[in-house]
Design a protein around this ligand. Structure first.
Ligand code: SF4
Length: 345
């Protein structure tokens, strides 16, 4: 059973940099104030009230946790210690920058119950990192990831395809270098142009063109496939929609979609279904079988995959949930023809 995550967004606080794409307040919908002990306890209690049998983990997202002053870090973690001791909180995760990590702070964090560190990597291409104003290099990412793994902590890696100077090839190369560092999970956030950022100025001046939605979906599909083949779960693709992000004028340009991941998973399923039906004559009627959790992905958003098949002369008579199939498998039947395929191949 997956744990319930109690999220706290610590916004830009503590971060000594200003990446060209960052406007944490708009992304996270937070005013930058750190929650006090009372607010932390109250939110954990509220989530515990709905958790049922599930364990509860606390996550400090956004910002750069280890760039906060030690006093601030302690103010955030200290209220959780009695909850950990009573078993009311089973884990704590933080996110931070690669150059704000050293062996000493990781040891201290582990002692305070932090078990997962997510690193904002964004790219492993130094030219892309420089254009993004990240203020760190790919070599620092390698060092930071090794330190997290050496400390026995769970390592999460965040990537941002579509930054200035990035290409599909450099995005894929970045992912491969990150996979070599053995992360336990990934998050992939295609770059958006958020109001109030330097990227918005570049965009206005015609110096930056973001990925289109179709390009971002296609690229993220390749990234997801590569990660799946490597056995590394991708826990999020695309920014989570918030009221601030959805408000008018927040996203100036770029591939924002509130169900971005479903678009990516849908295209992955379409590719495999097409492969399995490639040599069927036009006018064929097919039934596609998939894991129950995959039915919506196989159909595509608003049944766009079914419509694609129709345009290509294949009639998808039905999409049937089959509990014997794993979420990675599809089976296609057309008359006496029966074919099975795997998304990882
Ligand atoms: S390191 Fe993170 S918080 Fe700091 S400016 Fe960059 S994206 Fe924003």
């Amino acid at each position: 059973m997956r744990p319930i995550i109690v999220p706290f967004f610590i916004s830009h606080r503590g971060c000594p940099h200003q990446c060209v794409f960052c406007n944490q307040m708009r992304i996270a919908g937070d005013d930058g104030e750190l929650p006090d002990g009372e607010a932390i306890r109250a939110r954990v209690a509220a989530y515990r009230g709905t958790a049922g049998e599930r364990s509860v983990e606390v996550a400090f997202f956004g910002g750069s946790f280890t760039a906060l002053s030690l006093v601030d870090q302690e103010c955030l973690l200290a209220p959780l210690q009695p909850l950990r001791e009573r078993g009311e909180v089973s884990g704590i995760r933080i996110s931070t920058r690669p150059d704000a990590i050293d062996g000493g702070n990781l040891l201290w964090l582990r002692g305070m119950g932090v078990d997962t560190v997510e690193i904002g990597i964004q790219s492993m291409d130094d030219a892309v990192l420089e254009k993004a104003g990240r203020g760190h290099t790919a070599a620092q990412v390698v060092t930071a990831c090794r330190l997290v793994k050496d400390e026995g902590l769970t390592l999460g890696a965040q990537l941002m395809p579509g930054l200035p100077g990035d290409t599909p090839a450099t995005s894929l190369a970045s992912l491969r270098r990150v996979l070599d560092l053995a992360p336990d999970f990934l998050r992939i956030y295609p770059t958006l142009v958020i109001a109030g950022t330097r990227l918005a100025e570049f965009h206005r001046a015609g110096e930056y063109v973001p990925l289109s939605l179709a390009e971002a979906v296609s690229l993220c599909k390749k990234l997801l496939h590569t990660a799946l083949v490597a056995g590394v779960p991708v826990v999020r693709i695309g920014l989570q929609s918030t009221a601030e992000l959805e408000s008018e004028g927040s996203v100036v340009a770029g591939p924002y979609h509130p169900a971005f991941r479903q678009l990516v998973e849908g295209e992955l399923c379409l590719d495999l279904s097409r492969k399995l039906t490639a040599d069927l004559p036009r006018g064929s009627k097919v039934t596609i079988f998939c894991a129950p959790s995959r039915v919506a992905d196989v159909a595509g958003q608003r049944r766009c995959n079914v419509e694609t098949f129709r345009r290509e002369g294949i009639d998808v008579a039905s999409i049937v949930p089959d509990p014997d199939l794993s979420p990675l498998e599809l089976r296609v039947e057309a008359g006496v023809i029966c074919r099975r395929g795997n998304l990882l191949t």
